[in-house]
Unconditional design. Structure first.
Lengths: 293, 834
């Protein structure tokens, strides 16, 4: 590990952290779990003037149910959330987190860190997008909330400014009649996905009310689409997944726009997305009608 | 005498249906609570964090730290190098670049005559991304890296040459203009009536195959500490490096430094953090750091980071190859033609072009093929130089040969197993001489194949395949057979030079291993090895062999495995490579122990008043054969030698330091270009069955059956570890790992984000391993090497299985790695109208 020279501060409060970021004039970088940032520093691909380590800032490592949302603080480790009973309120967390790197990485990596890093192949941004999570950003002028749909601005790019901290994320808890699906395919377990999908279907009285899919690893950010009509049209088929396939193949041509690489060409990613989308929409639909999430 | 009968032994059934054996757990935990008994003497320090790797050592006070400036370009002329800003940076002691290298060093001596001078840095040009250009020595690595950024190099960009096809093109850009060609070596050989066999053939089967380049990815990367000093006799170098041989590189290093090999003292610690060949490529850095030390006037250390390692250390060579088989109406292969083109990277760094020749004697594999023609070329491209990698030449060769045998089966309509069995070297033909001069020492290939097929439960696999195909799914079964060479005869390097140019009296041959065994005054035995293990468990096995030979409990033997060329017995062939420990090092241990035993018996004869030849060593004693009540403790006999040597029988010297140099009878290459390129030849028969998800095209291994014949099994646990390790290494090369380059010559797999080593999650496939034992008549214990077998067989077996799975689509796997993306492209391409 041999990063370029940097200053390091470890403020005791969120306000102090923001003040430190402001003091750097945009040349600071928030350090939480460090699982993405530290390798970037070590390879000198990133050269922030100051690292603002927020892990000692009081009150940020929270997992808290607030009414209809589960609120996760800025320094809450992924592994802690994975093992927390509170995560049961948001079933997609339990479905997605085991695919975030490896256990060892999740023991250091933070939930908000993954969201703020915004890797196009990462799981948690897609979960946040599919659920319509709300992200809380704190800066010198106070706190503001940003819906997931506006938070992710592109590969490794979010609505968090250079002098701001992603201070919390709020995931909506599962509502009655909601079913979920999650799947990804990677070269190896723990790798960034070649293609992955997060699905949510809400049914009432056996009828599909709402269906949403977020794909990841396929574009510069999680691609989220309302697919209510698609799922509704397939819902009465004996084989829902098969009935969804033509629609998900068309959807794949729409949303999979990554150029691809040696691990997965655009064509292969489209194939994977179409397969996984049909599978997991059918899965979420079944659960939504069975009264299980 | 070892047991010479061939037996089979069901060794391990892993993963599938594995249940926890309560008795086994009870034994391991014991009545008095958990008590872990390590299977190897090496393990306790390693798992308790007490391993001492090179970067843990700090042998010389005042050692400074180096960082290396590397080329960002695949191919460029160096216009100028400005070191002045880096030299002025606070904390910097010395900065060296191409001028300093050219002033002090000679090109490394090469294995063949070619005009491709190789220095530890680029001098006139840079020829691959990551090639060293300058070295900064500073107070710590951070400062050194800061200053390295201040070195400015002016480059004139040249067209990059990526891939052997580009390199061989008639108008190809040349890496080394003085050579006039990108071909570093080009030789042809022919044995037997090749042309007639092809003229008479009922079938001629042709296959073209590409083998990829990948590594062993050691845990600890390269690390060097070097100190340059001068006295009245001139300069000398003392260095520490996690280098494991071959020690042929000692004179190569000395040659570059322009000093006698005796002026280079090299230390290697007991723990070197893995290698399987890759760390043989460290030696240019030893020379480079020695030169940096000369300029810094202090010892200098450098530890490679992972990015440097994946850019610029070493890898196995990728190979483009063409195979042709002449086959008669019965499916007998009557002749073979091979055209092998290795991509050795930017320089033909010694010991290349050995990848081409390591399997020369076993180029016809497991088959009795009487005639063979070979063209062997090594080509330079703008990529990382290559070198040793577990299997060294074998995985490349057998990928071609074993894919070809499946193509022969397809063309003759024979079952792939049946076709192979028709061509196997018969069990009564050993020792079997191959057309290229190899002498297979022992084996029973039919028995091993039958066992592998039986353990795989072939009827069940075929049933699964039929069911899968009925459902429109993809299921494939593949086999590969490998003759597994061990104990390299370095004489094969000579074949790269035409016989008429090889100087009489300058031949190379053999593969000697030295050991030293001593006994102290309390009877403790010390075995000193020059084998420089990389984690294989040499200490465990050497201890076991020595203890058994001397009739002692294993606790009475300790093994020294760290290396110091000033004190450890060694020769040019020393080191750990070519699976040489089991056949060669243990043989030397036996020889040295037998000499020790003579002295102990002589001392025992004094204590027991019996003739030495009436005595034996057993149960920690020296005792009268047939009368165990007349016994003296081994340690008392050793005590006599140390304390009372005058009491020894007339003519007995008080020698309790014995060195042995096990010297296999492996001759140099003959004038007619034949060579027995290894001492021993083991065998592997491997069956792979797999499913391919018809939608996602993910490949799932359904069953692997692997049967090995490594001669006498010295230590079943360690042998199984080698089998599993080689399999998973091969799984990496076959499905995950590959060094890739863009068309512009930029590496595209230089971090672990893109260079994908299999992890435990990928390694948990159903595996049945088993053994056939055909002891070698050439080693005292009958043992052969066993460290590389499946690294050669598995890539071919997997490709054959995937090809079998794709047979409904008429597609073949003729390159690796194979994964969903590749299958998608193949199927997509097949769907499109031509």
């Amino acid at each position: 590990m041999k990063p370029a020279p940097f200053a390091y501060v470890r403020p005791a409060t969120l306000d102090d952290a923001v003040a430190e970021l402001v003091a750097t004039g945009g040349d600071g970088k928030v350090l939480a779990g460090g699982q993405s940032l530290v390798p970037v520093l070590a390879m000198r691909l990133g050269r922030p003037g100051t690292l603002v380590d927020i892990t000692a800032a009081a009150g940020l490592d929270t997992i808290e149910r607030r009414g209809a949302v589960l609120r996760i603080g800025a320094t809450t480790r992924q592994r802690r959330l994975e093992r927390s009973p509170a995560a049961n309120d948001v079933p997609l967390i339990g479905m997605a987190l085991p695919f975030v790197g490896h256990r060892e990485l999740r023991s250091r990596g933070t939930v908000c860190g993954s969201l703020a890093h915004a890797d196009p192949g990462a799981e948690l941004p897609a979960v946040a997008s599919c659920l319509g999570a709300v992200l809380e950003v704190t800066g010198a002028s106070g706190r503001r909330t940003v819906p997931a749909a506006e938070f992710f601005a592109g590969a490794m790019t979010t609505a968090v400014g250079a002098e701001e901290v992603l201070s919390a994320v709020e995931f909506p808890v599962a509502a009655p009649g909601e079913g979920f699906g999650f799947a990804e395919i990677a070269r190896r377990h723990g790798d960034f996905a070649l293609a992955g999908v997060v699905t949510r279907v809400r049914s009432a009285g056996g009828a599909v009310q709402e269906a949403v899919i977020s794909g990841f690893g396929i574009s510069d950010r999680a691609a989220t689409r309302d697919v209510t009509d698609l799922v509704r049209a397939a819902a009465d088929s004996a084989d829902v997944e098969a009935a969804l396939r033509p629609g998900t193949e068309e959807l794949a041509r729409d949303v999979v726009d990554t150029a691809g690489d040696s691990h997965g060409s655009q064509g292969y990613r489209r194939r994977l997305f179409a397969v996984l989308a049909a599978r997991e929409l059918a899965h979420a639909h079944r659960r939504s009608t069975e009264g299980r999430s | 005498m070892p047991d010479r009968t061939t037996v089979t032994h069901q060794a391990a059934v892993a993963q599938e249906g594995d249940s926890t054996d309560a008795a086994d757990v009870a034994e391991r935990t014991g009545a008095g609570g958990p008590r872990w008994r390590p299977a190897r003497v090496e393990d306790a320090p390693l798992v308790t964090g007490q391993g001492r790797f090179l970067d843990d050592l700090d042998p010389l006070p005042g050692t400074l730290t180096a960082a290396i400036v590397r080329s960002p370009h695949p191919h460029a002329r160096i216009r100028s190098v400005d070191l002045s800003r880096a030299r002025r940076h606070p904390g910097v002691t010395a900065v060296i670049g191409p001028d300093e290298v050219l002033a002090a060093l000679r090109p490394f001596p090469l294995s063949v005559t070619t005009r491709m001078p190789y220095f530890p840095t680029g001098t006139d040009k840079v020829r691959y991304v990551g090639e060293p250009v300058a070295v900064v020595v500073a107070s710590d690595r951070f400062v050194a890296e800061d200053a390295a950024e201040l070195v400015s190099v002016e480059y004139e960009l040249l067209d990059p040459v990526v891939g052997v096809r580009t390199a061989l093109a008639e108008d190809a850009t040349l890496l080394h203009e003085d050579n006039g060609s990108n071909v570093a070596t080009d030789r042809t050989f022919s044995f037997g009536e090749v042309d007639r066999a092809f003229a008479d053939a009922a079938h001629v089967v042709v296959g073209e195959y590409d083998f990829p380049r990948y590594s062993s990815v050691p845990m600890e990367c390269y690390s060097v500490i070097a100190n340059w000093t001068e006295d009245s006799a001139g300069p000398s170098i003392e260095a520490w490096a996690n280098f494991h041989g071959p020690f042929t590189m000692m004179p190569v290093m000395a040659g570059a430094l322009g000093i006698p090999a005796s002026r280079v003292r090299l230390h290697v610690p007991a723990d070197i953090g893995g290698s399987f060949g890759i760390k043989a490529g460290i030696y240019p850095y030893v020379v480079l750091m020695a030169l940096a030390s000369k300029h810094a006037r202090t010892p200098v250390r450098w530890s490679e980071d992972r990015v440097e390692h994946l850019l610029a250390s070493s890898s196995g060579s990728d190979r483009m190859m063409r195979f042709e088989a002449a086959v008669d109406a019965n499916g007998t292969v009557t002749a073979l033609r091979t055209d092998l083109v290795d991509n050795v990277g930017a320089y033909m760094r010694p010991p290349e072009p050995s990848t081409l020749y390591r399997c020369y004697g076993n180029i016809t594999g497991a088959y009795r093929i009487p005639a063979v023609a070979i063209r062997a070329r090594a080509v330079v491209t703008n990529t990382m130089p290559t070198g040793l990698n577990r299997g060294f030449g074998g995985q490349q060769l057998y990928f071609g040969l074993e894919r070809l045998m499946d193509d022969v089966a397809a063309q003759t309509g024979l079952d792939p197993v049946d076709l192979r069995c028709r061509n196997l070297v018969p069990a009564d033909a050993f020792p079997y001489e191959t057309p290229t001069g190899g002498v297979y020492d022992s084996g029973d290939y039919q028995k091993a194949v039958a066992l592998a097929v039986d353990n795989a439960d072939m009827p069940e696999l075929r049933r699964r395949q039929a069911e899968a195909r009925e459902r429109g799914e993809l299921y494939g079964i593949g086999i590969a057979l490998v003759v597994d060479p061990s104990g390299t005869n370095i004489g094969y390097v000579g074949l790269a030079t035409p016989a008429e140019q090889r100087k009489p009296g300058r031949d190379k041959s053999g593969s000697t291993e030295h050991v030293r065994v001593s006994v102290d005054m309390q009877g403790t035995v010390t075995v000193m090895l020059g084998s420089v293990p990389q984690g294989q468990g040499h200490a465990t096995t050497a201890r076991q062999v020595a203890a058994k030979r001397l009739g002692l409990p294993e606790e009475s033997v300790r093994v020294v495995i760290d290396m110091d060329t000033a004190t450890t017995p060694w020769t040019v062939t020393s080191g750990s490579y070519s699976s040489r420990f089991a056949p060669l090092v243990t043989s030397a241990v036996v020889q040295a122990c037998d000499r020790i035993a003579e002295t102990i018996k002589a001392a025992g004869s004094v204590l027991l008043e019996a003739a030495p030849e009436q005595l034996e060593l057993a149960e920690g004693t020296v005792r009268v054969i047939g009368d165990p009540s007349r016994a003296a403790q081994f340690r008392h006999a050793a005590g006599v030698v140390h304390w009372d040597p005058a009491a020894l029988p007339e003519g007995t010297s008080a020698r309790l330091y014995e060195e042995a140099a096990f010297t296999p009878n492996a001759k140099a290459a003959t004038r007619d270009e034949k060579i027995n390129s290894s001492l021993c030849y083991g065998f592997v028969a491997e069956v792979v069955a797999l499913r391919i998800d018809p939608e996602t095209l993910e490949i799932t291994l359904d069953r692997v059956s692997s049967v090995h014949d490594a001669g006498t099994v010295l230590n079943q646990t360690l042998l199984d570890g080698q089998v599993y390790g080689a399999l998973v290494h091969a799984l990496g090369g076959a499905m995950f790992e590959e060094f890739t380059y863009s068309e512009g010559g930029q590496p595209t797999s230089a971090t672990f984000l893109d260079y994908l080593c299999p992890t435990s999650a990928e390694a948990g496939f159903p595996l049945v391993t088993d053994h056939v034992v055909s002891p070698s008549p050439l080693t005292p214990l009958g043992a052969k090497g066993c460290g590389e077998g499946s690294s050669m067989s598995f890539p071919a077996a997997l490709a054959n299985a995937v090809t079998d799975a794709l047979s409904p689509h008429g597609l073949q796997i003729n390159s690796l790695p194979v994964h969903g993306n590749l299958l998608h492209d193949l199927l997509d391409g097949a769907r499109r109208p031509a």
